[in-house]
Design a protein around this ligand. Sequence first.
Ligand SMILES: *Cc1c(COP(=O)(O)O)cnc(C)c1O
Length: 423
Amino acid sequence: MQFHNTLAFAQEQDHADELRYFREHFHIPQHKGQDTVYLCGNSLGLQPKAARAAVEAEMTKWAELGVEGHFVGDDPWFTYHATLAEPTARLVGAKPLEVVVMNQLTVNLHLMLVSFYRPQGQRYKILTEAGAFPSDQYALESQVKFHGYAPEDAIIEIAPRPGEHTWRTEDILQAIEENGDQLALVLMGGLHYYTGQVFDMAAITQAAHAVGATCGFDLAHAAGNVPLRLHDWGVDFAVWCTYKYLNSGPGGTSGVFVHERHAQNADLPRFAGWWGHDQRVRFQMQKGFLPMAGAEGWQLSNSQILPMAVHKASLQIFDEAGMDRLRTKSEQLTGYLEFLIKELNQPKEALEVITPQEPSARGCQLSLLVHQNGRQLFETLMANGFILDWREPNVIRVAPTPLYNTFEDVYRFGQFLAAHFTQ
Ligand SMILES: *Cc1c(COP(=O)(O)O)cnc(C)c1O
């Protein structure tokens, strides 16, 4: 697509956009009586208008039915989570058996590590990216200590080459191979939160399996943002949150993927709870845990209906829009953002996009490394109705999302930056 740095061009694109009506499905935060330019769906996605009614329906059910809401009415709570499996599976390229919605991301990461990080003899190390999201770092640290190892020894971090901001796939694959006989697990972010880089999950999974390690991904920034084929890639497990691109509310519920090949394996160690116990005999309240087949077998507690109701409303929007169409628009929106930043013609010493240029190696987010007074620029943007986020030491993350952002949003952001840099 040929981009132009004009309002007319941006508006034409919006007019021609077949997904433009989806913006109407969301509440857009206001600034001085106008819509903000909300470019922060990577941190907290906007509220779908349908979310309130979805929660209210459950509140009404509770008010009117009390405990009976578990078993009667539409979508009884007893099986509520199961209604989320199909749309979730479509979103991440999985079979419904392979996914479950429960808990929150870091909790689920720990549950998965209990099952899939099983150090034995020489094979006790975890390979991950350097500078992973802190919660993931702490989860790995505490897990290796739990098994009696020292994090400095048991966690191998792969960094970009000196002078580079992003990882070369060949370096990751080589590190997996070189450490092959010591690796128990490869665990990485699917899309790195700071740089916006998408890792080659298919190649990494294949390399991990080739050396006899298991492979999992934290998809916090990938779910609802980039196309995923978890089943076909053969990933062992994955976890994600739902409040970023999935627009399911602050602290919302989380998703888990466990590959079909582990679905019937009752011998996998796991931390169990009654909601993972075979549904048919759950209420017999007997000793002896019998896991449900598939990802549901990792559930601990009965479903958190209110956050799940929000998530359900949000998943309906994704189903209507379809990840393919969203991805097509996303590449264009982010391409436009990249074009406008190039138009600023700033030297690398002032401003640099550290996210890969190749569309398949990124999602919607571009990370701008601002070398001078970055924090000040960020605060000026925020004070003028541009909502983005700041990540220490010097990155502004800008994430135009295809569900509710417009080309005009991106254009206005570009204009604001242009004015800032010509001051
Ligand atoms: C946002 C994010 C988290 C947050 O974890 P919670 O358990 O949802 O608080 C964890 N990991 C990554 C990679 C993230 O981007």
